[in-house]
Write a protein that binds this ligand. Structure first.
Ligand code: ADP
Length: 568
């Protein structure tokens, strides 16, 4: 019997295979063998030379791998099916998000408008419930979308130099009210050698810490919450391991649940949904984000005593330059007026169009509406609007097609087109340019972001200066000030100590006092800029906008110092 009697290859083919194996220095083959019954089986063959009674022979050990092969093929098929199902899930989520976000646009937008119109207490209460429910529904959708974006590999981590201390201070401020309400103590301790400029993704780091501290506050009824930041150095000196821990004295987590809670939609067994609410997605998102930032998260807990969640971000690069405090600017509906301009709103849904009309008419903009693509093309040509807001998903001709045609037509090609999108599939700047849009806005449209987009293309005026310039550009003018010596005394004795205290701790109470003091002094001594500062400070407190608040306090210190020098 020869090899070729059982191998399905012919003699020449077998010799070629063996030669190849010899060249590749391999003693291993995958063949198909015939059984006596004629059945073909997959086999693995290990062969080598052997000397037997002065004969050069070849030994072979043969394994039947048919079952293994069938299992491998099945596994591959199952993987393909799972990938297909996963893609279908992502598409479903994207579509669902669109379907839910579009009506939410109207629910949230119109309840915000109603809130400023109604005065009846009972009605205000009802409206409040709609607003709260609307916002929590949007949070849920956003959580689901975040997770599906991460799973679909559509979420990028964007590293830039940031000062982590600023985020810690911000968090302190954000949670100070909530913690005070629950009589909880919030302690933030940071390693004094922690570099003040690290390459991190600020938004994602904030999201992670908001989730962890938010949970701690939710699940702790008494005691304290501790945010601790430390580092481990590398010998190369240009990076560190950043260790962030959030520790609480709350209800804790049962031992058998401590791993489970990192999975999507998992909460502790028997936990009261009524009392704690939540979606069970926060930790799942947090874990993925941490892993994307080259880190890991662990949770340890003793039921009844408290929990500790610890994140280690590995090899975080140290930046050379300390990042500047960014001046964020918030456009306020009542703070901005556009020069007369015409906007074309293209959307097939009535309520969406009406909402934008409500937003834009009070700020001096004329709005024309088109409910489909054909009308949009016609109106754009005829009325020559200064800007077009374009819904993407419309029957017959969608927003992509309309925009393409507008940009192809020399009569309308210069008109900026802002896409209105409710879908996560359309979130990339390049993608936007590729489809000829000049910008995009997510639905539900947030009024300040809408104005910010419009302000790029339309002329406008507002009380506050925009972008990276300091918020208050006006110089102090002491010309109309009454009783400057008295004012100077008050400033030295009362305002400056308050200012120093405010600069040190950013305590809400101190800032409140400072704002009130400035307002009173401004009115008494005719210093209008004091009144402006007072208003701004109060606005920033409400928006937890610590960065702008710090900048404002700094500017105020400088101006007061100048005044002191002047009156010496
Ligand atoms: P959610 O808070 O929306 O329920 P998370 O994924 O953030 O979702 O948390 C999942 C679950 O883990 C919580 O419902 C809770 O059971 C448990 N958990 C998380 N953090 C804490 C904590 N600090 N103390 C006690 N339990 C916690």
């Amino acid at each position: 019997m020869f090899i070729s009697d059982i191998n399905i290859l012919n003699k020449e083919e077998i010799v070629t295979e063996m030669r190849n194996a010899d060249i590749e220095k391999r003693n291993y083959f995958e063949f198909k063998h015939k059984l006596a019954s004629g059945e073909i089986r997959n086999v693995e063959v290990y062969s080598g030379p052997i000397e037997l009674e002065n004969h050069h022979l070849l030994y072979s050990i043969i394994h039947d791998t048919t079952a293994k092969k069938i299992a491998e093929v099945k596994l591959e098929q199952a993987k393909e099916e799972a990938d297909l199902a996963n893609r279908a899930k992502s598409e479903f989520l994207a579509n669902m998000s669109h379907e839910i976000r579009t009506p939410m646009n109207a629910v949230i937008g119109f309840s915000d408008i109603l809130a400023s119109e109604i005065t009846d207490k009972k009605q205000k209460g009802h409206l409040n419930s709609i607003q709260t429910a609307g916002k929590s529904l949007l949070t849920l959708i956003n959580d689901i979308l975040d997770l599906s974006k991460i799973e679909a590999g559509k979420l990028d981590i964007q590293y830039e130099p940031i000062n982590p201390q600023i985020i810690f201070t911000e968090l302190q401020q954000i949670f100070s009210l909530k913690m005070a309400e629950k009589h909880l103590e919030f302690v933030v301790s940071t390693d004094e050698n922690l570099p003040n400029a690290l390459y991190l993704d600020e938004t994602r780091l904030r999201q992670i810490l908001l989730n962890l501290i938010g949970n701690s506050v939710k699940f702790t009824d008494s005691g304290s919450i501790h945010l601790c930041a430390t580092k481990e150095a590398y010998t190369t000196h240009d990076c560190i391991d950043l260790i962030l821990a959030v520790e609480d004295t709350g209800i804790g987590i049962q031992a058998d649940q401590q791993k489970l809670i990192f999975e999507s939609f998992k909460q502790q067994d028997g936990q009261s949904t009524r009392k704690y609410g939540g979606t069970g997605l926060g930790l799942a998102i947090t874990k993925r984000l941490v892993e994307m930032m080259n880190g890991q998260i662990t949770g340890i807990s003793i039921p009844g005593e408290g929990s500790r969640f610890e994140i280690t971000l590995r090899k975080v690069k140290i930046a050379d330059t300390v990042p500047n405090l960014k001046i964020k600017h918030v456009f306020e509906a009542n703070n901005i007026t556009f020069e007369k301009a015409r906007i074309l709103v293209v959307d097939d849904v009535d309520s969406n169009r009406n909402l934008i009309v409500e937003y834009l008419t009070p700020v001096n903009l004329e709005v024309i509406c088109a409910e489909n693509g054909q009308k949009a093309l016609l109106f754009a040509k005829e009325y020559q609007p200064n800007l077009i807001l374009m819904d993407l998903k419309m029957p017959e001709m969608d927003g992509y097609e309309v925009t393409k045609r507008l940009k192809e037509d020399p009569n309308t090609s210069d008109i900026p087109v802002i896409a209105l999108t409710a879908s996560i599939m359309f979130h990339d700047d390049n993608d936007i340019k590729l489809h000829h849009f000049d910008g995009y806005l997510f639905k539900p449209v947030i009024i300040s972001l809408l104005f910010k987009q419009l302000s790029k293309y339309l002329k406008y005026s507002e009380n506050i200066k925009v972008d990276d310039e300091p918020c208050l550009e006006e110089k102090f003018s002491w010309d109309n000030v009454t009783n400057i010596l008295v004012l100077q005394n008050i400033i030295i004795q009362e305002v400056i100590p308050l200012l120093e205290e405010a600069n040190m701790g950013i305590e809400q109470e101190t800032i409140d006092k400072l704002a009130t003091k400035l307002n009173v002094l401004g009115k008494e001594h005719n210093v209008s800029i004091f009144i402006d500062y007072s208003k701004l400070l109060q606005e920033y407190i409400q928006m937890f906008d610590i960065i702008n608040m710090l900048e404002l306090l700094k500017k105020l210190s400088e101006e007061l110092e100048l005044l002191r020098m002047k009156t010496k």
